[in-house]
Design a protein around this ligand. Structure first.
Ligand SMILES: Nc1ncnc2c1ncn2[C@@H]1O[C@H](COP(=O)(O)OP(=O)(O)O)[C@@H](O)[C@H]1O
Ligand SMILES: Cc1cn([C@H]2C[C@H](O)[C@@H](COP(=O)(O)O)O2)c(=O)[nH]c1=O
Ligand SMILES: [Zn+2]
Length: 192
């Protein structure tokens, strides 16, 4: 069965749910997260948005997309804070989920089981093409998974990889276009 967002609205009136938005950098994850959260606000649902405290690239508190769309959020240290602060609202949004600890899927499950609509956005793969943090587990337990794609900067095809341009092997390296470019499969696998 194809689950649309509207189906989820109706489902969440009865019970909670988990929606995952994933893809490479610049694929529109944050835009899509903001779009869904704004619609929930227009519907006068109570909404709380969380992001990891470590991700202060664009703003201390706001979730900001690469095209400068933004929504206010609460930066948190770990997923247990989301459980504390997100229990009494109808909709919880989480951005940059890949940076959270391994308890995040459990926290999302608890919230959804209590009737909360949880919408999570994050990178499915790191720069090596490996699953990133709690994202695979979240995708497993979600009612809906939306994979969005950037435009490959080399050839214009849909991009699913975040190619790292700088020589740094650490999994976590905050950055933008100076450090990463979205690439399709063929261009990601080109010899360096
Ligand atoms: N190569 C690219 N492919 C697609 N969008 C891009 C690209 N480079 C810049 N953008 C911009 O990034 C926006 C998406 O930003 P954002 O939602 O923050 O993405 P993400 O959260 O997935 O990194 C697009 O609407 C577009 O304006
Ligand atoms: C691929 C990859 C990315 N990161 C960092 C780079 C950015 O700061 C964020 C992703 O932001 P976006 O909203 O998805 O554009 O993650 C990283 O630390 N490690 C990686 O492998
Ligand atoms: Zn390409």
């Amino acid at each position: 069965m194809l689950y649309t967002e509207d189906v989820f609205r109706r489902r969440s009136e009865l019970g909670g749910s988990i929606e995952v938005i994933c893809g490479s950098m610049f694929s529109g994850k944050t835009e899509e997260l903001i779009r869904r959260l704004r619609r929930a606000q227009i519907a006068r649902l109570s909404v709380e948005i969380f992001k990891p405290r470590t991700d202060t690239r664009f703003d201390e508190t706001a979730v900001v997309s690469h095209n400068a769309n933004y929504i206010q959020s609460t930066p948190v240290e770990n997923s247990s804070s989301i459980l504390l602060l997100g229990s009494d609202v109808q909709v919880v949004g989480i951005d940059e989920a890949q940076f959270f600890d391994d308890e995040l899927p459990n926290v999302c499950n608890i919230l959804a089981n209590r009737g909360v609509r949880v919408i999570v956005a994050g990178l499915d793969m790191d720069f090596k093409g490996k699953p990133f943090g709690p994202m695979p587990q979240l995708m497993t337990i979600a009612e809906s998974v939306t994979k969005v794609h950037a435009v490959c900067v080399r050839c214009g095809n849909p991009a699913l990889y975040s190619y790292r341009l700088v020589a740094d092997e650490a999994t976590v390296l905050l950055g933008e276009k100076e450090s990463y470019e979205p690439r399709c499969r063929a261009c990601y696998n080109l010899p360096a």
